[in-house]
Write a new protein. Sequence first.
Lengths: 294, 343, 372
Amino acid sequence: MFMQQMINGFSLGSMYALIAIGYTMVYGVLRLINFAHGDIMMVGGFLGFFGVAVLELPFLAAVLLAIVGSALLGMASDRIAYRPLRSAPKISLLITAIGVSFFLENAFNVFFGGVPRAFPVPSVLEDILEFGGLTIPVSALIVPILTAMLLAIILWVLFKTKYGMAIRALAFDVDTVNLMGIDANRIITIVFGMGSALAAVGGIFWVVNYPSVDPMMGVLVGLKAFAAAVVGGIGSVGGAVLGGLIIGFTEVVVIAFLPELGGYKDAFAFIFLILILLFKPTGILGIDFEKSRF
Amino acid sequence: MTVKKDQWINLSFVFGVIGFIGIANSFFDEYTIRILNNIAIFTILAVSYNLINGVTGQFSLEPNGFVAIGAYVTALLLVSPEAKQYQYAIVDPYPFVLSLHANFVVALVLSGFFATCLALVLSFPVFRVRGDYLAIVTLGFGFIIKIFAINYPEVTNGSLGLNDIPEFSNLYWTGGIAIIAVITVLNIVNSKFGRAMKAVRDDEDAAIAMGVNTFKAKTFAFCTSAFFEGVGGGLLAALLTSISPDLFDFFFTFQLLIIIVLGGLGSTTGAIVGTILVMGGSEWMRFLDEPMKFFGYTTPAMPGLRMVVFSLILIFIMLFAREGIMGKKELKDLFKGRKRSAK
Amino acid sequence: MRKLSVLAASALLLASSSFAKEINVGVVMSMSGPLAAYGQTCNEGIEFAHSLQPKLKNGDTVKLVLIDTKGDKVESANATTRLISSDKVVGIIGELTSTNTAQVMAIADKKEIPVIAPVATNDKLTEGKKFANRVCFTDSFQGAVVANYAAKDLKLKTAVVVVDQAQVYSLGLAKAFKDAFSAAGGKIVKEIKVSSGDKDFKAVVSQIKAANPDFMFLPMYHPEVSMIARQAKQIGLNKPMFSGDGVANQTFIDLGGDAVEGYMFTDFFDYGAPPTERSKEFIKAYAAKTGKQEVNSFVALGADAYNLMVDAMNRCANPEDNICVNNEIKKTKGFEGVSGVISMDELGNSTRSAVIKVVQNAKAVYKATVNP
């Protein structure tokens, strides 16, 4: 039972981690809390649903459709809603982000309805592995592997490519980057594309694990993922993974061993957030976010 | 001379409102009076929310949390012990819950007081770091309050909420407190503290360099907002006569955000104008949810379209008309010559 | 102007008895917001029943005035006040959830306007109110139905209950079930709290598996229950599962897939076994209009809320006399509604039967009827 619960915590935690990575990327560069991140994840889930259930594409093609669609949506939201506000006060940017988030939720609610839809999970992912009395669904096993792979790819992009260098430079100082002859706007758009693609991957595997798609599914997950990113150390990709795992484990441990507190489960992410801001605002991985990033 | 003129404009406005309340009760039907009550309560909330968001420039999403605190404190103090006895259906309440009882004024003041205390506690983790986190912490705070209200039935009666709250709120109370709130906020904005808040909004680094204690300025703005939001919550509870946790979800805050953005961030007059437009307008906007006829083609009813339009309005204002209706101007500025307002 | 026209109308009425009036009945419903899907279904029933029976016996026409509440309490209060003060309704049908209905009833009770709630099941709802009524059964009845069926018919001894803390419906039903199941000699081995909106229940189902009960009672709505059923199947937890009417819809079966085969739940009625004549006619007319046979319980209950209101108005000499209409609603006995035979009591609660259904081959199949 204990081991089983640890596996449950690990699978939920890596789910949060996957979504937190995208959050931390955008924040690291723009210092914008992209409230719409959770909703882009929802759009990713929906696109995957349309791919598999309506267009009857094979699963991997649907994943590709979701990633490309969400990345385009992320870039479009940056181009339309955020870019004109680069020099405006931060508060305008945050209000716009809330507006984009509400727009996506309600537009999907109006046009596709608020009733949850069943996501047809490919049967390979529905298999269940058993050993030593423990049961592990394949879908729950794939998420941590995927998270680790994406983490490796992102770190490679950030530290081994020219674009990565530009992104890291941007996180320091936008004006100087422009002076160096780099088109900061283009880099920011690329970051939005990457962040949104990550959200889409998170969205798809969220609905593979919990096969129902609805317009509000990204709200709470998005907030928790942000809390995870801050707890781990915002701007740090590794920190996002760490924060996600901490929050996932906490939620499982609360239900498993302190069932009287089960109802408070969702509060823990935010209580952690407040505690970390109080005692170590830079997050656990301790990057001084006024100086360096990633 | 100008100061005197400003006072006259404000004073005549206050008397206009008092006069309006006086005649409203006998002229309008109950439905209109209910809408007026809503407008008065939301004016209190919008004007105080504007203090932290507009005047101090710190993006905060707290109102639903503090309104909930105020509503619950007032409800617990007003509901008679007999009524409480049969309401608690999930678990038996703590004995002290049953013995709580106070009159309306005390209940409202305590509502504001508790909200202020919590705001003070929250401001330590939040304002120690630069602004950004305020949004997410206050958003999370709203969630936590709701989760507590649901999971602590010994006090809050859980998701059943509290019913049979005596209906104390009427236009005299809501309108009167709205006037007090507006005057208080205007006085703060025009005081030394208000100038510190605006300095924080316009350039925090410069404000620090000038010796402004930014932590103090932000905390003061936040706590004042919280106080009036608590009081507003109390009035709302005594108007609705029943409250439950789902009333205080994020949508409540979103509505207030639209109000202050539409009215013009930083303008108290704008917050009032925004309240009247949104609270009155959302009734009118109902037509969006109903089936519509375009050139003989009938679109199906699209419930929720109103919310899509609301969010588009928010984005649109931020992109193209960041000043809102009033900009940072107040009522008195409208009466001044062009030379001044051109600045 | 309005007064004048009413005056003119009544004068005309005196002059010729063949002149028919128009009487307003209010409908307060969540047509948008998070519960829109349910509100729209319920309102479909109200409006369809109205189209079948738009006139009273004496020839007066009933006009429905629908106001959307967005599922919000403040809006529910606004809507109720507007219906009573500007639309001068004789009675109100609505709202959807128990919390919002409580808000509607609190205001209407002061104005002495009868309210009929179609689907709000919370026990406390009508307590202490004179003008509050409902056509659905209460949580305590439904809880007892499940408890007795499990304990006596299926001979199950131990149960785990999972409660959604955020839903009034879930709390009420869970409490009623626990009381009735203990009284029937059963034992609750564990109670687990969750919140609506959750998707990950792996920790919950692992715990249930460890507790090893005879069956599980999940008094919640379908989005959460379907996820629990799926994740239970994943870890090989194959005990019988029960729910209340919160899962009585096709969406539940679609979401649950294979995992909800054999799932049992209570419902108000079954369109495959129409309980009354009126029920048969309604289903026929509904199929003729919409092309589908499946009449959802919420449609049937919405229709019955309207039918009962009209029936009570018909029994009053003056159908606009709200006090008389309220008294007649409470006096209703053996009323043949779409969803079954309904008898009202002094408190405004209805005595009616429940049906038990089981999921077989991705369809909800009628299993038994339980009479009170």
